[in-house]
Design a protein around this ligand. Structure first.
Ligand SMILES: NC(=O)c1ccc[n+]([C@@H]2O[C@H](COP(=O)([O-])OP(=O)(O)OC[C@H]3O[C@@H](n4cnc5c(N)ncnc54)[C@H](O)[C@@H]3O)[C@@H](O)[C@H]2O)c1
Length: 634
C-alpha cells in the first residue's frame, strides 16, 4: 500500500487526542484549577474553546491565549500533568510500541501543544526528542505559565504545514491526526496522505476531508501493510449487540477497539439475516433466535455471546458445524436466585404474605401460630448444580439441615446430605426447592405422586423452570393443605410482554408468593453478565481459548508469546492432525506448542509456531479437507 518503501516514508503524528486519548491542556486545567471555586466553569470553557479550535472555528492563537488565561497553571504542576498523560496514551499506540521504536527515525510528532510535556510522554514509546515539533511555555519569575513562544510557527494558524515543510523530508509524508490542523498539512501539499484518527474522538468535518479514516493505529498499519501488534485490526471486526445488553459490555468491546453496533430490541429472523452479514461477534439475550438459516448468512461470524443463562434460542448444532463458538453466563445470576429463595423460604415459613395482606385490609392478627424459624429445618434441594450448591451453603449458614438429590453424582458441600432417590428427598424435607435444569425429561418432574410423598405442611419452591411442576397437582396440594407455603417464579406459560395478563390457577391461593420470572433479575446479575460474557468472547478472539463454551471443545490456552498461533477448526474425522503435522514437517516449521480437543462434531487444533514461516503453510492448512475455519493470531 505504501507508495514508497518504509525507508522513504515519514509518519507525522499529532499528539492531543491522537497519541494520547485526551487534550493535554484540559488535563492541565484539572490539575491547576484544583480548589478554585470557578473550576467547573473554567474547565467547561477550556473544553469548548479546544473543540472550537480543533474544528477550525477559532483562530489558533486566539484559542491558546484564552485557554492559558483560564488555566492559571504553574511550572510545578507539569510533573503531575506528565504522569497523568502517561496513563492516557492511546491504546493502539501502546499496543504498537514496537513499530514506533523500530521506526523512530521516520516518526515525527507535530503539535500545537508544548514540548515540556510532550517530549517525556512520547519518549516512553521510543520517539526521539528532536523529532517533537511543538511550542514552549513562557513563565514569569514565580514560575507561572503566562504565555507561549509567539515566534514559534506552531503558535499560529498554518503552523503545522510550515514546520513539516521546513523539515524537507526526502520521501512521502503520511499524517495521522484527529484535528483540522492535521488535515491542513495535507491540504498545503506538505504531506501525501492524511489519515483521520478516530480512536478517541471523531470530528465529522475532519473525517470528511481525510484520504482515509484510521479508527486505530493498527488500522493505519494494516492499511499500509506495516508490522503491527494485531494480525487483523480490531476496528475491522464488527460486534453486533442486541436486546439492550448491559452498557459495561459495550464499553469492554469498544475499549478493545472493535467496531461496535448496538440495537435496543431483538431482531426477527429476516432482520437478523440482514444485520449479521459483516458481523464477527454477536451478542444476544433470550429473545433473539439464531437459527440455521441465519447462520447460513453469517459468513464472518466467529462467536456468539448469550447474555443470559439459557442457550435454547441458538441452534448450537448449526453453530458448531460452522465453527461458531457460543458462550453464555451460566452462573452470573446464581447468587440472585439464591437470595430470593432464602428470602421466600423465611417469608413463607413465617406466613408473612397472608399477615401482610390482612394488615393492608386493616386487620391486626398478632399470633405465633404456624410461624417457624428456618434454623434446624430440613431443606431438600432437587438439582445440585450452580444454584443448588450455592443455596446449600447459604442455607447451612442459617442453620438449616440441607439434603439434595441430583441425577449426576455430585460432591456434597459442607454438611449437606446426599439422597439416593428423589422419593427419599421428598419424604425427608420440610422445605423443598427445585433447581434442576429445563431438559424436556424434567417436564412434570413434580406431579401428583411426588406431592403425595411429601410431608404434610411442606413449603415448596420452584425458581427453576415452569414445566418442571405439574401446576394442577400443585394447586391441589395447596388446597388440601399438603403444601402450606409456595413460592413460584417460573411458569409453563409466561406472558411475552409486561402488557400481557398473567393467567394461572396459582392466583389467589393462600400463602403463595408469585414472582414474574425475576429470580436472577438484579442489577448485580446484569452487571456480572455484562462483564462475564465479553471476557469469554475476548479470550476466544484474542487467544483462542474456548473454556466455558457451550458447544466447542473446551481449551484453556496459555498466553501467546513470541509465536504465531494457528487455529484450525475442522469436522471431527480421522487423520486431520496428521495432515497438519505433515505440512509443518514439509516446511520445517518450529512448533512451540500444540493443543487438540475434539467433541462429537468438531476438532479444534491450536499450534503455536515460530514467527518465520512460508505463506504457503497457511494456504495448505486452510486447504485440508473438512476444514471449517482457520484463524491466525499474533
Ligand atoms: N428464576 C430465574 O430467574 C432463574 C435464573 C437462573 C437460573 N434459573 C434456572 O434454575 C435452574 C438451575 O440453574 P443452575 O445454574 O443451577 O443449573 P445447573 O445446570 O448448574 O444445575 C442443574 C442441576 O440439576 C441436575 N438435574 C437435572 N435434572 C435433574 C433431575 N431430574 N433430578 C435431579 N437433578 C437433576 C443437573 O444434574 C444439575 O446438577 C435452571 O433450570 C435454570 O434455568 C432460573
Amino acid at each position: 500500500m505504501l507508495t514508497k518503501t518504509p525507508e522513504q516514508t515519514f509518519f507525522v503524528i499529532d499528539f492531543d487526542s491522537t497519541f494520547t486519548k485526551v487534550e493535554a491542556l484540559d488535563v492541565l486545567g484539572e490539575i491547576s484549577l484544583v480548589g478554585r471555586p470557578d473550576r467547573d466553569d473554567a474547565l467547561n470553557q477550556i473544553k469548548t474553546i479546544t473543540d472550537r479550535g480543533m474544528a477550525g472555528e477559532l483562530s489558533f492563537t486566539e484559542s491558546l491565549e484564552l485557554r492559558l488565561k483560564l488555566l492559571r497553571a504553574h511550572r510545578d504542576q507539569l510533573p503531575a500533568l506528565i504522569e497523568a498523560l502517561m496513563g492516557k496514551i492511546s491504546d493502539s499506540f501502546q499496543r504498537n510500541r514496537e513499530f514506533l521504536v523500530e521506526n523512530a527515525e521516520h516518526i515525527y510528532i507535530v503539535s500545537n501543544g508544548f514540548r515540556e510535556f510532550i517530549v517525556p510522554v512520547v519518549a516512553s514509546l521510543g520517539i526521539k526528542a528532536d523529532h517533537v515539533l511543538a511550542n514552549t511555555f513562557v513563565y514569569d519569575e514565580a514560575g507561572n505559565i503566562v504565555d507561549f513562544d509567539r515566534s514559534n510557527p506552531l503558535s499560529a494558524n498554518g503552523g503545522k504545514p510550515q514546520v513539516i515543510r521546513g523539515l524537507a523530508l526526502d520521501g512521502d509524508v503520511y499524517v495521522i491526526g484527529d484535528g483540522y490542523t492535521d488535515y491542513e498539512i495535507r491540504e498545503s501539499g506538505a504531506a501525501a496522505r492524511f489519515y483521520a484518527f478516530t480512536e478517541n474522538v471523531l470530528r465529522p468535518r475532519v473525517v470528511e476531508k481525510a484520504d482515509f479514516t484510521a479508527p486505530s493505529l493498527d488500522e493505519f498499519l494494516y492499511h499500509n501493510n506495516l508490522s503491527r501488534s494485531q494480525s487483523y485490526p480490531k476496528s475491522r471486526i464488527k460486534v453486533l449487540l442486541l436486546e439492550n445488553v448491559h452498557p459495561v459490555a459495550v464499553q469492554l468491546f469498544e475499549q478493545e477497539g472493535f467496531n461496535v453496533e448496538i440495537r435496543k430490541g431483538a431482531l426477527d429472523e429476516d432482520e437478523l439475516i440482514e444485520a449479521i452479514r459483516d458481523v464477527s461477534i454477536l451478542g444476544i439475550r433470550s429473545k433473539t433466535n439464531v437459527t440455521a438459516r441465519v447462520l447460513e448468512h453469517a459468513n464472518k461470524l466467529m462467536t456468539i455471546g448469550a447474555f443470559c443463562i439459557g442457550t435454547n434460542q441458538i441452534d448450537l448444532t448449526a453453530c458448531t458445524e460452522r465453527g461458531v463458538a457460543v458462550f453464555n453466563a451460566p452462573y452470573s445470576n446464581t447468587r440472585s436466585v439464591v437470595e430470593l429463595a432464602i428470602g421466600e423460604i423465611i417469608m413463607l415459613i413465617r406466613g408473612i404474605v397472608p399477615k401482610s395482606n390482612s394488615m393492608h385490609k386493616g386487620e391486626w392478627d398478632k399470633s405465633a401460630k404456624n410461624s417457624y424459624e428456618v434454623r434446624g429445618k430440613k431443606l431438600g434441594l432437587v438439582g445440585y448444580g450452580n444454584i443448588g450448591t450455592q443455596l446449600s451453603v447459604v442455607a447451612e449458614a442459617l442453620g438449616m439441615e440441607v439434603y439434595f438429590y441430583d441425577i449426576v453424582d455430585k460432591l456434597a458441600l459442607g454438611n449437606t446430605r446426599k439422597c439416593k432417590t428423589l422419593d427419599e428427598l421428598l419424604a425427608v424435607s420440610d422445605i423443598i426447592s427445585l433447581h434442576t435444569d429445563g431438559r424436556k425429561e424434567n417436564k412434570n418432574l413434580i406431579g401428583e405422586r411426588e406431592f403425595g410423598l411429601m410431608k404434610q405442611g411442606v413449603i415448596f419452591l420452584n425458581l427453576s423452570r415452569g414445566h418442571i411442576v405439574d401446576i394442577p397437582a400443585l394447586v391441589n396440594a395447596i388446597k388440601q393443605g399438603k403444601v402450606i407455603g409456595t413460592g413460584v417464579d417460573v411458569f409453563p406459560e409466561e406472558p411475552k410482554t409486561n402488557n400481557e395478563e398473567f393467567i394461572s390457577a396459582l392466583r389467589d391461593l393462600p400463602n403463595v408468593i408469585l414472582t414474574p420470572h425475576i429470580g436472577g433479575s438484579t442489577e448485580e446479575a446484569q452487571a456480572n453478565i455484562g462483564n462475564f460474557v465479553p471476557a469469554k468472547l475476548l479470550e476466544y478472539i484474542n487467544n483462542g481459548s474456548t473454556y466455558g463454551s457451550v458447544n466447542f471443545p473446551e481449551l484453556q490456552l496459555p498466553l501467546l508469546k513470541n509465536s504465531h498461533r494457528l487455529l484450525h477448526i475442522h469436522a471431527n474425522v480421522p487423520g486431520i492432525l496428521a495432515k497438519m503435522n505433515n505440512i509443518f514437517a514439509k516446511y520445517h516449521i518450529n512448533i512451540h506448542g500444540q493443543y487438540l480437543k475434539t467433541n462429537e462434531q468438531i476438532g479444534y487444533v491450536i499450534t503455536d509456531v515460530a514467527k518465520e514461516y512460508a505463506d504457503e503453510v497457511v494456504q495448505e492448512l486452510k486447504g485440508i479437507d473438512n476444514t471449517i475455519k482457520f484463524r491466525l493470531l499474533y
